[in-house]
Design a protein around this ligand. Structure first.
Ligand SMILES: NC(=O)c1ccc[n+]([C@@H]2O[C@H](COP(=O)([O-])OP(=O)(O)OC[C@H]3O[C@@H](n4cnc5c(N)ncnc54)[C@H](OP(=O)(O)O)[C@@H]3O)[C@@H](O)[C@H]2O)c1
Length: 275
């Protein structure tokens, strides 16, 4: 069962997951804030695995709507974990690099201390802690900088802007790992097949700044738009972003799973976008 099947990652999971019977639900089918309905839906379908990708994902809006952020991202996740426990389902919960403060200068390991700086990050960090209490054997999959054709994402925004402007200013002092929804979906499916548990980091391999990412996007699309580096301070937004949120692949490698480089993933995204 995929909860959040109508979102960016949910759509990739739905199209990549063949071989098994899959039930995909969006917020119109079940609001994860409603514990009773969550239990009813799960008890009826009796899934072997629940992949919980449903979330309130607008990081900036979370700053002005903290109650909603915690209700969906933390309490909603706990409702799902309890339903999983009561029905014997296994659970993968999608979490984020925003659980970290971004002050390290070497890749974050799965066991590194959480220190979220934003409401969204806190809602995810508190969800992780509560989930490990409710369902200690659950799998927490942290990812970052996701892109794909199923919804709004950074490459899509850059391509739309680049089509209408001669130049773009993009932040160069925040580093992370871009992650293609298709590659992430494949890794999650494999983790389910391997009965994964504990915290696992899943991103495409390699890392870059937003500026470097944008430059590669514009180049890959064959556009002549100039991409200029600026500091995060010049482009201040409501939610603070971690300056460095590179996630180490070690926890994923323990399951024998290797992720393609983000540049390779970007090329495949651009092809998919053109089809
Ligand atoms: N995007 C990223 O860069 C990124 C980075 C790190 C982690 N993540 C995590 O990865 C997961 C997937 O992200 P995404 O970008 O695919 O998200 P998304 O495109 O924003 O989709 C969110 C999904 O959650 C559902 N949803 C929202 N509120 C709900 C509620 N109260 N009850 C039930 N369903 C609800 C939405 O349903 P409807 O569309 O039907 O309303 C939609 O299917 C999330 O957990 C997110 O926090 C994302």
């Amino acid at each position: 069962m995929i909860l959040g099947a109508t979102g960016l990652l949910g759509k990739a999971l739905m199209s990549e997951w063949n071989r098994d019977e899959v039930v995909g639900l969006g917020s119109r089918d079940v609001d994860i804030r409603d514990a009773d309905t969550v239990y009813e839906v799960v008890a009826k379908a009796r899934p072997g695995w629940i992949v919980l990708v449903a979330a309130y994902t607008n990081v900036d809006e979370c700053e002005s709507h903290p109650d909603l952020a915690f209700a969906v991202n933390r309490d909603g996740a706990v409702n799902v974990a309890k339903a999983a426990k009561q029905t014997g389902a296994k659970l993968v919960f999608l979490s984020s690099d925003y659980v970290f403060d971004g002050k390290k200068s070497s890749p974050y390991q799965a066991g590194d201390a959480r220190n979220p700086q934003s409401v969204y990050g806190r809602s995810k960090a508190e969800a992780e802690i509560r989930l490990l209490e409710v369902l200690p054997e659950c799998c927490i999959a942290r990812t970052s900088w996701m892109f794909g054709t199923g919804g709004k994402c950074f490459p899509d925004t850059i391509l739309k802007l680049a089509a209408t402007r001669p130049g773009l200013d993009v932040v160069n002092d925040q580093r992370g790992c871009p992650t293609y929804s298709v590659d992430l979906a494949r890794a999650i499916i494999e983790l389910c097949r391997k009965s994964a548990s504990g915290i696992v980091h899943i991103t495409n391999s390699g890392h870059c700044s937003w500026f470097e990412f944008a430059r590669e996007i514009v180049k890959g699309a064959g556009l002549a738009t100039e991409v200029r580096p600026v500091s995060g301070q010049q482009m201040a937004r409501p939610a603070p972003r971690p300056a460095y949120s590179v996630l180490s692949p070690k926890s994923l490698q323990q399951y024998g799973i290797a992720m393609p480089a983000w540049q390779d993933a970007l090329q495949r995204y651009l092809q998919e976008r053109n089809n």
